[in-house]
Write a protein of this length. Structure first.
Lengths: 255, 243
């Protein structure tokens, strides 16, 4: 067994008295795509935010690339540079063009020259199929395009892992396909990914492992085949059946 | 400046003792244009006071707004007290207070003391404008910037501030108009700006109506032009959008 790139041990997060999740254990191997599913309010998004230290966990440890990033004195900015994050509502920088959105981190964080940053940013926009839209502002792009720019912005930092927090939940149905397509090709290229989503077509096809979370703990995890065809728990079967009924019948006209 | 020196001789007008008027203008029945021209010569002072008070108020305002929004609860409370006091007292009263405090320490002319004092008064209002703008840009933009590894400072300066300043232009344009108009308050410190000159010539020619009308006209033009310019700036800086 290779050393996992990300290990979560006994991680607990509370807001006041409310326990979001507790004693969570999870390993992510390099190159794997992990899809996290579960009812809303079970702490899936919070888990992602804890991993890139946007939210502080109360106890437990997160190991990333062999280092404990929950340890005191960790350089948070440095950790976040290596962990890409894509948000449900895109969160592009509204006053910057698509190209500038991707470029800014390269200049400010990676200290690339302007020319080098521009070249790298264009490369990333090409990768998500938006080279022709480089000069457009977020307000001039569709939701699907905005989310692809957001993915390009995260990729530009050359992260070792990408976190997707319900990347298609805020999109019109006809725009979901283009974003999933980008994510699918990323997974094929061997990017390590953790994806919180309700897109069961994507999960079935792309995930190496599906993790089912409910009420702050991991109920069950396994390969798509195990989870869809012979889950250990009745609750998993029930949830998967429901969510497939709701979202996953067709993969939004992709196939 | 000895020409306009204040003298406290306990007369009816207290501080507002009239300096000597140029001999040739005294007592004559002047036509409107000559009168306007005489008063308009004070425009340089009015613009000077505004050009010092407004940017210095903005600089202090931005700094205090940062402290207010990002400085934690304790500092926010201090800022709130500052803002409440500054906005709760008439600017003229503050002007006198600051003038006498400031000029105790350093020997400043009425022009400089007045301009700086007005800038300090304005900083409280401008702090509130910038604070509101920072808050309406929201924490999500900050979070997105931090997610790609920017430090808090980088995120605020590169992502939040540019958007906040755009949002602040319309209310700031209001404040600019207020400062141009409030610059007339420094007349009480003996600065020969528009209002003071209008008062002087109005009294000496016994044409107060014409004199104050001229002053009103000049202020009106200054404020309108400034608002138009800021309006153009706002349009120019608007981020393109289809929605």
């Amino acid at each position: 067994m290779p050393e996992p790139i990300l290990s979560i041990r006994k991680l607990t997060k509370r807001y006041g008295d409310k326990v979001i999740f507790h004693d969570l254990d999870l390993d992510v191997n390099e190159g794997d795509t992990i899809v996290i599913i579960g009812p809303s309010g079970t702490g899936k998004s919070t888990l992602l935010r804890c991993i890139n230290l946007l939210t502080r966990s109360e106890s437990g440890q997160i190991w990333f690339g062999g280092k404990e990033i929950t340890a005191k004195g960790t350089n948070e900015d440095h950790v976040r540079q290596q962990i890409g994050m894509v948000f449900q509502n895109f969160l592009l920088f509204n006053h910057l063009s698509a190209l500038e959105n991707v470029k800014l981190g390269l200049i400010k964080v990676k200290h690339l020259s302007k020319a080098a940053a521009e070249a790298k940013a264009m490369e990333e926009l090409e990768r998500v199929g938006l080279a022709d839209w480089a000069g457009h502002y977020p307000g001039q792009l569709s939701g699907g395009q905005q989310q692809r720019v957001a993915i390009a912005r995260a990729l530009a930092m050359d992260p070792q892992i990408m976190l997707f927090d319900e990347p298609t939940s805020a999109l019109d149905p006809e725009l979901i396909g283009e974003v999933l397509e980008v994510m699918r090709s990323l997974a094929l290229e061997g990017m390590t990914m953790m994806v919180v989503t309700h897109e069961m077509g994507f999960a079935r096809e792309v995930a190496d492992r599906i993790v089912f979370m409910e009420k702050g703990s991991i109920v069950e995890e396994g390969s798509p085949n195990e989870m869809f065809n012979r889950p250990k728990f009745e609750r998993t079967r029930e949830f998967l059946w429901k969510i497939t009924e709701l979202y996953g019948k067709k993969d939004h006209g992709e196939e | 400046m000895a020409f306009f020196k204040l003298c406290f001789c306990g007369q009816k007008y207290g501080l507002l003792v009239l300096p000597v008027i140029r001999q040739e203008l005294k007592g004559e029945n002047l036509d409107f244009l000559t009168l306007l021209k005489y008063i308009a010569e004070g425009t340089a002072y009015t613009l000077g006071v505004t050009a010092i008070a407004l940017p210095s108020g903005l600089l202090i305002g931005i700094l205090l707004a940062f402290l207010y929004v990002y400085g934690g609860k304790g500092i926010a409370r201090v800022m709130n007290v500052y803002s409440t006091i500054m906005r709760g007292v008439p600017p003229l009263v503050l002007l006198f207070l600051l003038y006498f405090v400031v000029s105790k320490g350093i020997n400043l002319s009425g022009f400089w003391a007045g301009s700086i004092s007005l800038g300090i008064v304005s900083s409280a209002y401008q702090m509130e404008i910038i604070r509101g703008a920072l808050l309406s840009v929201g924490n999500d933009q900050l979070m997105a910037a931090r997610a790609i590894g920017m430090s808090r400072k980088q995120a605020v300066l590169n992502i939040v501030l540019p958007q906040a300043l755009r949002l602040a232009i319309p209310p700031w344009s209001n404040e600019a108009a207020i400062i141009i108009k409030d610059s007339s308050l420094v007349y009480a410190l003996g600065v020969p700006e528009i209002l003071r000159r209008a008062q002087l010539i109005g009294a000496s020619t016994q044409q107060p109506l014409l004199a104050y009308m001229s002053a009103a006209l000049i202020y009106f033009v200054l404020v309108t032009v400034t608002n138009r310019l800021l309006n153009m700036l706002e349009k120019k800086l608007t981020v393109p959008s289809n929605h």
